[in-house]
Design a binder for this molecule. Sequence first.
Ligand code: F6P
Length: 522
Amino acid sequence: MTGGVPDLTEKAQGNGPDSAWGVGDCGFVVAASRLPVDQVDGPEGQVEWRPSPGGLVSALEPIMRDADGVWIGWSGAAGDPPQPFDVAGMHLVGVGLSADEVRDYYEGFCNATLWPLYHDVIAPPEFHRPWWEAYVRVNRRFAQAAAQQAAIGATVWVHDYQLQLVPGMLREQRSDVRIGMFTHIPFPGYEIFAQLPWRRQIIEGLLGADLLGFQRHGDAANFLRACRRTARLATRGSLVRVPATMSGDARTAVAAQRQAADVSGTGRDVRVGTFPISIDSAAFEKIASRETVRARAKEIRHALGNPRVVLLGIDRLDYTKGILHRLNAYGELLSEGRLTPAEAVLVLVASPSRERVEHYRVLRDEVEVTVGRINGEHAELGNAPIHYLHQTYPREEMAALYLAADVMLVTSLRDGMNLVAKEYVACRRDETGALVLSEFTGAADELGSALLVNPHDIEGLKDAIIRAATISPGEAKRRMRSMRRRVREHDVGHWAETFLDALEQAPAPAVLTESTGQLSGS
Ligand code: F6P
């Protein structure tokens, strides 16, 4: 980072070496790894785009519309990006990745270096210099696209671990914009983060933001420690810690806790806070109340043989999700006769993910061997104890599965948040059902009325499953009611609003005045 304000004016005015980056006319820019759309085949075989039904999209859509916003992201396919297009009132701008970049940036540095490293090295991270070079290159492309779209004084919201260099790169070019960065996954402890050969560059990249948001207090604390240990840069700026938004109003909190960490070296205040992400809970409740979805839930139970207890796991097929731990616990319960195939069925949805990355291939084999072994040992004709589905489902089918399940099993070994836990709770309108939830998820901080487990403790996990499968209606209701209140009141709209409010409270960026090329403000 240059941190130098005057040369930024030059560049943004078209006099500097990077003048090609330019200035756009959008007041609000979202930069995320993926565009919020799925590619589908049109009636005549042409490419069409359908909005992907994520919570992030529904939270940001109204803000984007009001602020003439634009969403910058990758389509998910190698090759040239699509031309800018509009979907559901949102302007979308694609960033292209070559086939080599998909391999080195997406599969490599993002998902075989950063992903395992940030999830407590559950799988060993790989460090390769060409992957890092691809990460720098693709981050620069995103930063450039953001600069080209952002109007003077715009707000730019950058998302997640795939784009950690974007805040710094964008800041170098555009001192006039307000930059927020939210990390959706955990931020690891320093002893783990320190393994990364490019740790200093990552910290510097993140510190280009005005506000850095994390899911949990622990993530924010880990980041601050990494700043102090890694960066040790100039002592001009300061980090201001924004306490948890969970407990109240970030605005008052910002002023309350000033931590002179003096590590950003930018002469700017960088604020760091905790903003636990959530789901569009009203939308889930609505789907779950549809007659068709309720009928489908009954149909699912019927197809499973109407067992006394339906257990459910829904995850991307990822080693962070503790799928094998869950299977082992369930298998042992069957072996010990504490559950029988006549009374219990586990529906295991493991949707395909990152299938060309080695650790994901190995995991798929392990899961499928384990499912086969447990079914082989315990199934009776017409009664399989596990229904394994390596598929992806639309929200309606997910809601029907949530309604059909007496027990939801979330056993992640490390998870930034885990929105599946919140979706289950949102769908249980009649306050029945039990949630077994790993304490290593962000959701555990908010859903304290779940049956919390350490998934590494197989005996503890087994006891929790039995407790959930035999819970009294009164206890289930008490627990579910309190979790539902939390999810309803702290939905994804609340999350986005709180983050953007806190970003607005950050010190004003330097204002670039087009006519004079002068900078004003702090
Ligand atoms: O949780 C992090 C995340 O990157 C999400 O943003 C995304 O939905 C998920 O992991 C899957 O990521 P991808 O398919 O882009 O690798």
